[in-house]
Ligand binder design. Structure first.
Ligand code: CA
Ligand code: ZN
Length: 586
């Protein structure tokens, strides 16, 4: 007989709407939380229409709640997506802010214009599908009529899903002109096409060191065995002998006497499977990792399980970071598992977050440029954070080129947040085999010893990451542009100038040599998380991110606090100021 595995169920106030409780403060029961959320959503919806001149909602709009946040300090925030005359509005997202008494206090909105009623479509769905298939060089799947409100105007369009080999795209085709308005990869890849080209030109061959030495502080290194356990499945603890982080403790599932599975029953059933070289997006098509002993991998690529141990460790540490730090339950805060498949595809030198299967996909390396699987901790933290961003602000690239490279400030902010929180996963994990740092990809084996770094982004010569904002950043490739807010975050946390942290030397420069004294990583991270979840929307740019972090700092520490002033100073130190805020760009 199977006993129930402990699974935390999110209280849901509305069908499909995750209710996010405060990360601190009084625990609520599911029932009262649900009724509160319903009341708050209704109040926010009413306020959005009452304050239409500020919120931009109009007749024909319907608002659908995505997220409800009740701050212990009293503020309530409801994130909505929009439909207009029944059509989904792309870029129509907004957050309505209320006070404790449910009075309207403001709005954070994506489209800064009224979404106008649609013109008549001239293209048929079949014609749009053909255009989309041609643009993304694949087979068109579902076609949906939408209103595209991105970029300052609204247009009637078809949104088409195109499967191009193992690389699906979402293509938006203008329903009147037939023009392709956007062509965006569904899956987020860690290494951009541009970076892969650069590495190839340079003849880079990254072959990082692996090994199974014990990481100090790793708990649960001995398998718990079957003693005393008579009911299955049950939680067990076994060592993972990883490629990059030594021997670590993993929570696993004992399925029967002498049988174990690489699946964590204490973390929503988060599980890693073997794709066995296929490019499947179906997690169910992956092969389970099972064993007769509760030991996973051998620290080398000679065992298929070693990379799986790295993946499972990285994902569960990322989940623990978000839960332990912010009370966030899973990537989308809905108490659902984050899955992974390793050995994905043939000779794939990349790692991906795939929102379709809600899973991480890890290639084994192409055998040439990347000799090892891309399963290092900060890559996992980075990619899963893209999942968190997608479930919250859903920051979108402004432009995507035909190779899949992405451009623009909101996309740069997305990459930056992935690096910021990805680094924080390392600090949370405190693994002695992977010293926590403000570097991204230091264990990939690259010649420059890291891929990106937050203290002095322009030391990176592979992606051309920048230190300071300038007006042209609006058209910069997103990894290059990420330096602006990553640098501001580092300055907020650690301050300017030389500093050695955990044996790693940093030296953070500033615009006009402004001196910044940091407020510490914990506070800086709290400010950025609150800004992401409460005050950022799909088209937030760097100047709006400055305002979002200022609001977050005001909420947390007050408008006269050192923390608030340091947030302002940290943005000035990367040349993002109230004075140089650009006029609307469209
Ligand atoms: Ca790192
Ligand atoms: Zn990324």
């Amino acid at each position: 007989m199977a006993i129930a595995i402990a699974v935390t169920t999110a209280a849901t106030g509305l069908a499909g709407t995750a209710f996010a409780g405060p990360s601190t403060g009084v625990e609520r029961t599911a029932a009262s939380a649900a009724s509160n959320a319903t009341v708050v959503v209704e109040a926010a919806r009413t306020a959005a229409f009452t304050h239409a001149s500020a919120t931009g909602v109009s007749k024909g709009d319907a608002l659908h709640a995505q997220d409800v946040l009740l701050d212990p300090e009293g503020a309530r925030h409801v994130r909505f997506v929009r439909t207009h005359d029944g059509l989904p509005v792309l870029g129509g997202d907004l957050i309505v802010h209320l006070d404790r008494g449910l009075g309207y206090t403001g709005v954070t909105r994506a489209a800064d214009h009224t979404v106008k009623p649609a013109a008549e479509a001239r293209l048929t769905p079949a014609q749009a599908a053909a255009k989309a298939a041609e643009a993304a060089k694949g087979d068109a799947g579902g076609v949906q009529l939408v209103l595209d409100a991105r970029g300052g105007a609204s247009a009637l369009a078809y949104q088409v899903t195109v499967t191009a080999g193992g690389n699906p795209h979402t293509v938006v085709v203008d329903a009147v002109t037939g023009k392709v308005r956007s062509n965006t990869p569904v899956r987020d890849e860690f290494l951009s096409p541009k970076l892969v080209d650069t590495l190839r030109e340079r003849g880079e061959s990254a072959d990082p060191v692996t090994g199974s030495g014990s990481a100090s502080g790793a708990s649960g290194l001995l398998g718990s065995g079957a003693s005393g356990v008579t009911h299955y499945p049950s939680a067990a603890k076994g060592p993972g002998k990883t490629l990059f982080v030594g021997t670590v403790g993993l929570t696993t599932t004992q399925t029967s006497r002498g049988h174990f599975q690489l699946k964590d029953p204490n973390r929503y059933g988060t599980e890693t499977r073997d794709a066995k070289g296929s490019e499947t997006e179906k997690f169910s098509a992956g092969t389970k990792f099972t064993n007769t002993t509760d030991v996973w991998g051998n620290g080398k690529t000679t065992s298929r399980v070693s990379a799986a141990a790295d993946a499972q460790y990285g994902i569960t540490k990322t989940l623990d970071f978000y839960k332990g730090t912010f009370g966030r339950k899973g990537i989308a805060n809905n108490s659902k598992a984050a899955q992974a498949m390793v050995h994905w595809g043939k000779k794939v030198g990349n790692a991906f977050w795939d929102p379709t299967c809600n899973c991480m996909l890890y290639g084994d390396g192409d055998g040439d440029m990347f000799k090892k699987p891309l399963v290092v901790l900060d890559v996992t933290g980075h990619e899963l954070t893209h999942g968190v961003v997608e479930a919250t602000a859903n920051l979108q690239p402004t432009i995507v080129d035909k190779y899949g490279n992405q451009y623009g400030e909101p996309g740069s902010l997305n990459e930056s947040l992935a690096d910021i929180f990805g680094s924080n996963v390392e600090f949370y994990a405190k693994n002695t085999k992977d010293t926590p740092d403000y570097l991204i990809g230091e264990k990939l084996g690259l010649a420059q010893k890291f891929l990106r770094r937050l203290d002095h982004p322009s030391l990176d010569k592979l992606e051309g990451t920048i230190d300071y904002w300038k007006p042209e950043v609006y058209g910069t490739e997103v990894h290059a542009g990420s330096g602006v807010s990553s640098h501001a975050y580092y300055l907020l946390a650690e301050g300017s100038g030389k500093k050695t942290i955990g044996g790693v030397a940093y030296n953070s420069p500033t615009y006009h040599n402004l001196t910044v004294k940091g407020i510490g990583r914990t506070k800086a991270t709290a400010v950025y998380y609150r800004a992401l979840t409460r005050y950022m929307v799909s088209d937030t740019d760097f100047h709006q991110a400055r305002l979002a972090t200022l609001k977050a700092a005001k909420d947390l520490y007050g408008a006269n606090s050192t923390e608030y002033k340091t947030v302002d100073r940290s943005w000035s130190a990367v040349n993002v100021t109230a004075a140089n805020t650009p006029a609307a760009r469209h």
